[in-house]
Design a protein around this ligand. Structure first.
Ligand SMILES: Cc1ncc(COP(=O)(O)O)c(C=O)c1O
Length: 399
């Protein structure tokens, strides 16, 4: 079964509005199948999880179904899948729980490349424990975060390293297995922000060497909530603040309050949808790997065209050129503020916003301050016509 972008686009009711959406890195559009799964959950009898009534069992099936789907997506144990409000909340919760075991003088490493949600929670947790924060910078020209840049910050006092799986502005994909080896060699843990990565490529958290890996289904065709996964044994050793009445089992120990059952039904549907994009293999993990490889190829081909087109427009400056990257372009147009470019593209029904997109340190590191630049990111539903419309719009604004 091949990847057919026209067939895929027909599944997205939002695309009927004729907008070319390049803001997938901020949140993708959603296929009808996901919306229907959410509606079905809300139109069925659903109570709190339990075993007595059909409504309780339905809620339970939704939660276990979402955990299994996410485990298939990320190649991990469903008992290690913690469901959260957002990836940001996940980082804060894990940071607070881990910081209980840190002492004054311990060290935490963050990077200039990361989204602020994988920076600030660690800085604030380090402050609360009296730990020292060390920064790994990235190369401003290439946008690469080298293994050595992280290694230089490690010591026998390092407790945790927080690194992105892919930059949400430059697309940079650091060499995570090599970074994990360096981090583990000093006895520290690696927290990977996989929010931007998981939307574009097959993931195997064990092969990546991540001790924790977070992502957000709304970046890969699903609803708005977050996820963080780790080995169940790792979760067993952590004790977050929780209510006395709530479960102390793993992973429930980390899930505060009642879970968003309808969204979780949507997340399972989103994973099933991704799995079916280009594969009919009998098991879902294989379907996911095959389909996400097809997504990667589709996006890479389009991205080549997008980058070459942008590079050929006089006045356009592209930021970063990492060797391994997601299909995410970050650029400015000489003499035209990013907000104006965004506005003028939007008038042509091309959505490509301008911002630092919360990669605040990266934007400052690149000399773009707190304003940032324009981001054009691809999604599985992006097509040639979208790219041509973006290029024509940028050429007009630049000219
Ligand atoms: C790389 C990256 N990390 C983290 C986040 C934050 O995710 P959430 O909204 O689920 O907290 C985003 C959102 O844009 C992101 O792009």
């Amino acid at each position: 079964m091949s990847f057919d972008v026209s067939r895929i686009r027909a599944d997205f009711p939002a695309l009927q509005d004729g907008v070319a959406y390049f803001d997938g890195p901020g949140g993708t559009q959603v296929p009808r199948q996901v919306a229907e799964a959410i509606a079905a959950a809300m139109c069925s009898g659903v109570s709190n999880r339990g075993t007595t009534t059909a409504a309780e069992r339905r809620a339970d099936r939704i939660v276990t179904g979402a955990r299994q789907a996410l485990a298939d997506l990320l190649g991990c144990d469903p008992r290690g899948v913690v469901l959260t409000r957002s990836a940001t909340q996940a980082a804060y919760d894990v940071a607070r729980a881990l910081a209980r075991g840190w002492a004054a003088g311990d060290e935490v490493v963050v990077t200039r490349l990361d989204h602020d949600s994988n920076v600030r929670p660690w800085i604030q947790a380090a402050e609360s424990a009296g730990a020292v924060v060390r920064w790994a910078g990235f190369d401003r020209e290439s946008g690469e975060l080298g293994v050595d840049a992280v290694r230089e910050q490690l010591s026998d006092r390092t407790r945790l390293v927080a690194v992105t799986g892919a930059s949400n502005i430059l697309g940079t994909r650091p060499d995570l297995p090599a970074i994990a080896d360096a981090v583990h060699a000093v006895g520290a843990l690696l927290y990977v922000d996989g929010v931007h990565l998981a939307a574009h490529t097959p993931v195997d958290v064990t092969a990546l060497g991540a001790d924790f890996f977070s992502c957000s289904p709304y970046k890969f065709l699903g609803p708005h909530h977050g996820v963080v996964v780790a080995d169940p044994g790792r979760w067993e050793g952590l004790h977050p603040d929780k209510l006395l009445a709530s479960s102390d089992q793993v992973p429930e120990r980390f899930e505060l309050g009642t879970l968003p059952y309808e969204f979780l039904a949507g997340t399972e549907a989103a994973v099933d949808y991704l799995a079916g994009l280009a594969s009919t293999a009998p098991d879902r993990r294989t379907r996911l790997l095959e389909s996400l490889r097809a997504v990667e190829q589709h996006e890479e081909a389009l991205f080549g065209k997008l980058l070459a087109g942008l590079a050929g427009i006089p006045g356009v400056r592209l930021y970063g050129a990492p060797a391994r990257r997601t299909p995410t372009a970050y650029f400015s147009v000489a003499g035209v503020p990013g907000a104006d470019v965004y506005q003028r593209l939007a008038e042509r029904k091309v959505n490509a916003p301008a911002s630092h997109f919360y990669a605040l340190e990266a934007s400052r590191w690149l000399g773009l301050g707190d304003t940032g630049a324009i981001r054009a990111g691809l999604a599985p539903y992006s097509n040639d016509e979208d790219v041509e419309r973006l290029l024509a719009g940028v050429a007009e604004v630049a000219g």
